[in-house]
Ligand binder design. Structure first.
Ligand code: ATP
Length: 330
């Protein structure tokens, strides 16, 4: 069985991008593969050092994953900080990661620009910790959104460097979306991607109430519409079509596409339709999340069960790693 690994930071409420970029595939993969899915609570500290909300955020991410259809009996659903071997592998991989390549990472440059007062070494070595999470289970498939593509390439580089220097331990890990292009769910203001911790008014959260969803969708950027048939689509209109393709029925998408091509589209109608389809998509996830996110006992049991499975796999890998490096000399 191929091994699958992926994670989500506990930086806030999950959104449509997390669902279509990551969780949807977790659910699709859980029957067939050996799966490890974690809440990346240590990664969270790179940008969110204040831990007042940490526990409730971790609970929320767990509950939202389960509400989306993830079955904690079938996969290992755990917290990153509960698997101590992660820190050991991270330390070792740091010796195989070069300062220059870390500084060139797009996410590092973006986060450094957004948080100029806290450009810490953890932020710089974020891709190394991520590589440790993946390599710890010797995973080869990593369901993630498009924003993670570069990190996966770095994971392969670190793993390959290890294999060259110390002997073959790690398989190559690839970003996975069932052979399709990786997903990027755009934010509603047309600038960048939906995100947990940035751009909150342009992001649709899986916890948003019906009316808030409607309000956000109706505010999405549009214009007066095309005046001639078959006009090329501006980015922000393309984004609305992209969102519609995710949640609306194919014939609805087709109707608005042909309206656009005939220069007869009414964006108000299109957004109203999108808003209703979005409400219907998000509501059951929100309601299910609400029913479990405060059940501490249940969530604790899930975390313990997940950590146990993850530690077993991590311990086996670390034995191989120590052996290969020559750390078992004593
Ligand atoms: P933050 O804003 O705190 O960085 P985030 O919303 O970018 O959070 P992550 O925890 O970094 O979320 O990522 C979790 C998973 O969700 C990753 O697989 C990532 O690729 C995916 N993801 C996040 N945003 C999007 C998006 N807009 N479209 C597609 N996938 C996304």
């Amino acid at each position: 069985k191929a091994v699958v690994m992926s994670g989500i930071r506990s930086t806030g409420f999950l959104h449509l991008g997390n669902y279509f970029g990551a969780i949807r595939n977790y659910v699709r993969m859980q029957e067939e593969y050996e799966c490890y899915f974690m809440v990346a609570d240590l990664h969270t500290l790179t940008t969110h050092p204040d831990t007042k909300e940490l526990k409730s955020n971790v609970h929320r991410v767990l509950a939202e994953n389960i509400a989306c259809g993830l079955d904690p009996e079938k996969v290992a659903l755990y917290c990153q900080s509960h698997v101590y071997e992660t820190a050991e592998l991270y330390l070792i991989l740091n010796m195989l990661a070069y300062k220059g390549e870390l500084e060139k990472t797009t996410t590092f440059k973006d986060k450094a620009r957004l948080h100029p007062d806290n450009i810490n070494a953890g932020l710089l070595t974020y891709p190394v910790l991520m590589a440790a999470d993946i390599l710890l289970h010797r995973a080869s498939l990593v369901p993630v959104g498009k924003d993670q593509e570069q990190h996966l390439e770095m994971t392969r580089n670190f793993g390959n460097r290890f294999n060259h220097r110390y002997g073959e331990v790690f398989p190559e890990a690839f970003a996975f979306n069932f052979g399709e292009e990786l997903v990027k769910v755009p934010s509603l203001d047309g600038a960048g991607k939906m995100s947990k911790s940035e751009n909150q008014y342009a992001t649709l959260y899986l916890s948003d109430e019906d009316d808030l969803i409607r309000k956000k969708v109706m505010k999405a950027k549009t214009d007066a519409g095309p005046t001639e048939p078959n006009t090329p689509m501006p980015d922000y209109i393309e984004n609305i079509f992209l969102l519609m393709k995710l949640v609306s029925a194919p014939d609805v998408v087709e109707k608005f596409t042909s309206d656009y091509n005939n220069a007869a589209i009414r964006y108000g109608d299109m957004k109203k339709q999108l808003a209703e389809d979005m409400v219907n998509f998000i509501r059951p996830i929100r309601e299910k999340t609400e029913s479990i996110r405060n059940d501490e006992q249940y969530l604790r049991r899930i975390m313990e069960m997940g950590a146990e499975k993850a530690r077993k796999s991590a311990a086996a890998t670390m034995e191989k790693v120590r052996e290969a490096i020559g750390l078992k000399y004593y």
